[in-house]
Design a protein around this ligand. Structure first.
Ligand code: PGA
Ligand code: ZN
Length: 428
């Protein structure tokens, strides 16, 4: 008997952090190793992402996952039985072939993603290795700098902020634990600042645990971040850097080819000037999806203009897709690439994407989704890849803190060999 042979794959129902149904997959191996993974789900999705299969109709507001669960149990499970769980690329190859579409439209990325991840977890458990070392080997020991999304806007919040995410990155610290402490202190001091200035309702939180204050202007949010960092006793630009996820797809009006920002209608050129102006006045060291997903050229211009000063990051721009990333590399579109496993639907495809990005000198940012779960998988993935950056929201809401708590645990387990890159995560 091969103890790593897959004995059992089972899909079942779970809820994500927005209360939407999602898919849980449990995998058990002949030797007793078990892996369980849950599918996350985005709200500001890129057009080129792998797609979820949803039931439609009236139940669950159309968001049921009965079909996706049936795909796991009736289509995927019989084909994976007996396959060696250590052969991840073979397992994922079966998922890709069973699906047969370029974007997982048949099985659904909400079926393939948790299956792929659960297989890796089962193999790790069978080999009695923590997941980060099973995936990353003995060299996996870099804890990521967290980009903590502490003010939520865009489609993640019920306010008027155009940009989706306003983040702080604690870099001036020697360990993940100390960095996380500083991030939490900034989060707490932001709460006080918002209460004083905008009143009680301003400290309600959005989808990723950041506050969703009744702000209207990008600069109001950046001012609040600066104040919060200073009130917490840290130096902005030195101890703590600022970051933005514009999620520009959501601001783009295709008919007029303009971006709607703070009540203004900006051409791509005007938006670029706006970024240059913002980065000259605020220590913004990270800008994600600054232009809509087809505009690699404008993104490349911004990357060139901010060279050495900011990470320009492709999320919807690349959709964790190797081919789109290859085109981005040709154009030098960005100096960093976001990685979300469910944007492509299997772990192997996501790892190939990470390898291409890292091999070409890009930073890789491992990321959650706005609809996420208590599954801490991405914490292990970030350490496995030594990527040095993670995006997993504010230090609030269980689905976000699950990842932070897992990173704390990993750092402790690694002991003195753990590395916290701090400012180096922003240099390339
Ligand atoms: P999403 O947002 O999960 O709603 O797509 C996260 C992001 O844009 O980074
Ligand atoms: Zn994004």
């Amino acid at each position: 008997m091969n103890p790593y042979a897959i004995a059992y794959v089972r899909g079942s129902l779970a809820l994500d952090s927005r209360g939407s149904p999602t898919v849980r997959v449990s995998v058990r191996l002949e030797g007793g190793g078990v892996g369980v993974a849950l599918a996350p789900s985005g709200a500001s999705r890129g057009l080129r992402e792998a797609v979820e299969v949803r039931d439609g109709g009236v139940r669950w507001g159309g968001r049921g996952v009965g079909i996706a669960i049936a795909r796991v149990n009736e289509v995927i499970a019989p084909r994976l039985r007996g396959v060696d769980a250590r052969n991840q690329s073979y397992v994922d190859g079966i998922l890709i072939a069973l699906d047969g579409t370029p974007n997982k439209a048949n099985l659904g990325s909400n079926a393939t993603t948790p299956t792929s991840v659960a297989v890796a977890k089962a193999a790790a458990s069978q080999s009695e290795l923590p997941l980060y070392s099973y995936l990353g080997g003995v060299g996996a020991r870099t804890l990521p700098v967290p980009l903590m999304n502490i003010i939520n806007g865009g489609v993640h919040a019920g306010n008027e902020l155009s940009f989706q995410e306003f983040m702080v990155a604690p870099v001036g610290f020697d360990s993940f634990k100390e960095a996380l402490r500083a991030g939490v202190e900034v989060y707490m001091s932001l709460k006080g600042y918002l209460r004083d200035r905008y009143g009680l309702g301003s400290t309600n939180v959005g989808d990723e645990g950041g506050f969703a204050p009744p702000m209207r202007f990008v600069e109001e949010a950046l001012d609040a971040l600066v104040k919060a960092v200073e009130r917490a006793g840290y130096k902005v630009g030195l101890d703590v850097l600022l970051g933005l996820d514009v999620a520009a797809n959501q601001l783009y009006d295709g008919r007029e080819a303009v971006y709607k920002v703070d009540g203004r209608r900006l051409s791509a050129g005007e938006l670029l000037d706006y970024y240059l102006d913002l980065t000259s006045r605020y220590p913004v060291a990270y800008i994600e999806d600054p232009f809509m997903e087809d505009d690699l050229e404008s993104t490349a211009k911004l990357t060139g203009r901010l060279a050495g000063r900011a990470l320009i990051v492709g999320d919807d721009l690349y959709a964790t897709n190797l081919r789109i990333l290859a085109r981005g590399l040709e154009l030098k579109a960005t100096n960093a690439a976001l990685l979300k496993v469910n944007q492509v639907g299997t772990l192997t495809e996501a790892l190939d994407y990470a390898r291409l990005a890292l091999g070409n000198g890009l930073k890789v940012v491992v990321s959650h989704r706005s609809g996420d779960t208590e599954d801490p998988f991405i914490a292990d993935l970030a350490v496995a890849l030594n990527t040095s950056l993670i995006k997993t929201g504010a230090p609030a809401r269980g689905e976000r803190t699950a990842k932070y708590n897992r990173l704390l645990e990993i750092e402790e387990e690694l002991g003195p060999t753990a590395v916290y890159p701090g400012m180096r995560a922003f240099k390339w």
